[in-house]
Design a protein around this ligand. Structure first.
Ligand code: NAP
Length: 291
């Protein structure tokens, strides 16, 4: 049980809906683990109230908030400053309040890159990556991989226009090459000839659709490729199971969820996040279906 006093520092999360978020559990576990006087509270912010909610960060002297769907773009005009990666991605998932000055960050893609390094032992520098999907998470992950030195990002999406948009953002703002591919056997086979990493950023395989895997590519996997999934529920998706059976190394989306939170935690508190405790509570909650 958290002990809240008049001195407790408050962090929040803005979303709509917000009830499904695992962030309160993850961050309150971290505060308790380190025995620091912080608490983390969910705020369901209606889309018409985003400006008022951001102003309330100053008025209520919150230390900061996370921002989730559908507000990641909408908060930007109300902030004093945004970080370079958030500007390129065009979305903010973390706000820090420094004496009334609000700065927005995007830790989603950074969380993926940290998971890639820490959990899979892979540095994206110089690598060629195939991204499946072109939604909000693909934008964050694609840009951050490019900023981390990836050589080339292939974008593959059911709706190719959305992939073209992300390819342009990467090409205009980073040194990486970006190319859109059709979702066909021929195109993917060719890309697999040079790629080291495949990332599923689509929602295919998400609970309760365990059996679904991204079409075409799953049959083409071969050893030597790292296959990552952003889906974290289930922790091991059907795509990762199939990839492991083909001899690929795999990376669960749980790591991105953990590290995007850990980076935000470090921005708010100035101290290293207790990632083991945070990971255990996330994993337990997802695997035991208690959240
Ligand atoms: P989003 O913006 O709604 O994008 C969804 C993407 O999935 C789009 O590219 C969409 O293609 C594609 N898609 C959906 N169903 C498909 C299907 N049946 N066949 C082919 N493509 C399909 O969602 P998002 O925010 O990027 O999130 C995507 C997934 O990442 C979700 O499962 C989410 O839980 C996960 N995620 C994980 C983390 C983490 O921390 N691990 C963070 C963010 C998101 P179209 O463009 O053609 O519609």
């Amino acid at each position: 049980m958290l002990r809240i006093t008049g001195k407790t520092t408050v962090i929040g999360i803005f979303g709509y809906p917000v009830e499904h978020s695992l962030s309160p559990l993850m961050h309150n576990t971290a505060f308790k683990h380190l025995n620091i006087d912080y608490c983390y509270v969910p705020f369901p912010v209606h889309p018409d109230k985003v400006g008022e909610a951001v102003a309330a960060i100053r008025a209520l002297r919150l230390r900061g908030v996370n921002v989730t769907i559908p507000h990641k773009q909408a908060v930007i005009p109300f902030l004093d400053e945004i970080s370079p990666e958030a500007r390129i991605i065009g979305a903010v998932n973390t706000i820090v309040n420094r004496d009334g000055a609000l700065k927005g960050y995007n830790t989603d893609g950074q969380g993926f890159v940290r998971s890639l390094r820490e959990d899979a032992g892979m540095d994206p520098a110089g690598k060629t990556v195939i991204l499946l999907g072109a939604g909000g998470s693909a934008r964050g992950v694609g840009v951050q991989l490019a900023l981390a030195g990836a050589k080339k990002v292939y974008l593959v999406n059911r709706t190719p226009e959305k992939a073209e948009e992300i390819a342009k953002v990467i090409a205009d703002n980073t040194k990486a090459q970006a190319e859109v591919l059709p979702w066909t056997k021929e195109a993917l086979e060719q890309a697999l000839g040079t790629a080291q990493i495949i990332v599923n950023t689509t929602s295919i395989g998400m609970f309760p659709y365990y059996a679904s895997v991204p079409p075409v590519i799953t049959a083409l996997l071969r050893p030597g490729i790292l296959v990552a999934d952003l889906v974290y529920n289930p922790v091991e998706t059907g795509f990762l199971t199939a990839a492991a059976e083909k001899g690929c190394a795999t990376l669960s989306g749980l790591g991105m969820l953990l590290y995007q939170g850990a980076i935000a935690f470090e921005l708010w508190t100035g101290q290293p996040a207790p990632v083991t405790a945070m990971q255990e509570v996330l994993r337990g909650c997802i695997e035991n279906r208690i959240c």
